[in-house]
Write a protein that binds this ligand. Structure first.
Ligand code: NAP
Length: 283
């Protein structure tokens, strides 16, 4: 398994499996089992996805040893702050039926992120989390967290796909030894990505699918990626990306698709911040 070495020396699988927008818990459980059977060893959930329990059941049912799996979940905004972060963390562990996490992320870059970060630093020092990180943080927000705390985030999970390539953000993260993890690698199907002409041409060149080309393009940029699917055939397709390479020319061509801004979630939009503040989940 191709891995990315985090700043604390932990090896994180470069390709994983995401479970956002699978509210049907049986479907989620089956999808995770399908992914683990295929060979995926990184799982990405969140308390806000309300399917941690299904992920926990799938891990137990899969027969794959817990220590072979790199398990990530995320803290939701309603639980930010020092004490409530610790409480939310232990509730996530209980739902996931595990006694540690490989990676815990602050899901959104608002509200009391410093209080939460200090709780996560303490949980990390206690050894119940192997790596700590954030999601949807801009370079300025990363700098804020780094400057006013002891431990720098090891991962930042951000929207990254051919239409939003995150080149500047990735440069900052690289300079600060923060691994970049791509969410929505397929732009959640937006902009007709699966039939985009340039990606289709490159896919035909390699006798691969557009989805496989996109994943390969991210892996070759040293970006961790977590595609989501509930379809066993597509789950397998998305894992079959280690038997070909994109050329420098392919990489250069794909770089022309960048629109330089998010397509799904603009975290700098004041309306979005207000919206996030209203979202409450059974965490
Ligand atoms: P995505 O992976 O970009 O796209 C998922 C969509 O693509 C689904 O509709 C899926 O349909 C389809 N699909 C998957 N494989 C395909 C293939 N080979 N061919 C054609 N269609 C395919 O979107 P995402 O789920 O939003 O992002 C991935 C993961 O990132 C999430 O599951 C979650 O873990 C994480 N995420 C994090 C954040 C954050 O704020 N941190 C936000 C969003 C997502 P089927 O299921 O029917 O195959």
């Amino acid at each position: 398994m191709l891995t990315t070495e985090l700043s604390n020396g932990i090896a994180m699988p470069r390709l994983g499996f995401g479970v956002f927008q699978i509210p049907d818990l049986n479907l989620c459980e089956e999808a995770v089992i399908s992914a683990l059977t295929c060979g995926y060893r990184l799982l990405d959930t969140a308390s806000a996805y309300e399917n941690e329990a299904a992920v926990g059941r799938a891990i137990l049912r899969s027969g794959v040893a817990r220590k072979e799996i790199f398990l990530t979940t995320k803290l939701w905004v309603q639980d930010y702050g020092y004490e409530s972060t610790k409480e939310a963390f232990y509730r996530s562990l209980e739902r996931l039926q595990t006694d540690y996490l490989d990676l815990y992320l602050i899901h959104q870059p608002y509200s009391d992120i410093h209080g939460s970060w200090r709780a996560m630093e303490d949980l990390y020092r206690e050894g119940v989390i192997k790596a700590i990180g954030v999601s949807n943080f801009s370079s300025a927000q990363l700098a804020d967290l780094i400057t006013f705390n002891h431990i720098a985030p090891m991962v930042n999970q951000v929207e990254t796909h051919p239409f939003c390539q995150q080149n500047h953000a990735a440069e900052f993260m690289q300079q600060h030894h923060i691994a970049i993890e791509a969410w929505a690698p397929f732009a959640e199907g937006k902009n007709e990505i699966f039939t985009q002409p340039l990606l289709t041409t490159i896919a035909q060149r390699h006798q691969k699918t557009v989805a496989q080309v996109i994943l390969r393009w991210l892996l070759q940029r040293n970006i961790v990626v977590i595609p989501k699917s509930v379809n066993p055939q597509r789950i397998a397709e998305n894992f079959a990306v280690f038997d070909f390479s994109l050329t420098e020319q392919d990489m250069k061509e794909i770089s022309t698709l960048d629109l330089g801004k998010p397509l799904i979630a603009n975290h700098a939009d004041p309306e979005r911040i207000k919206f996030i503040g209203t979202r409450r989940f059974a965490t």
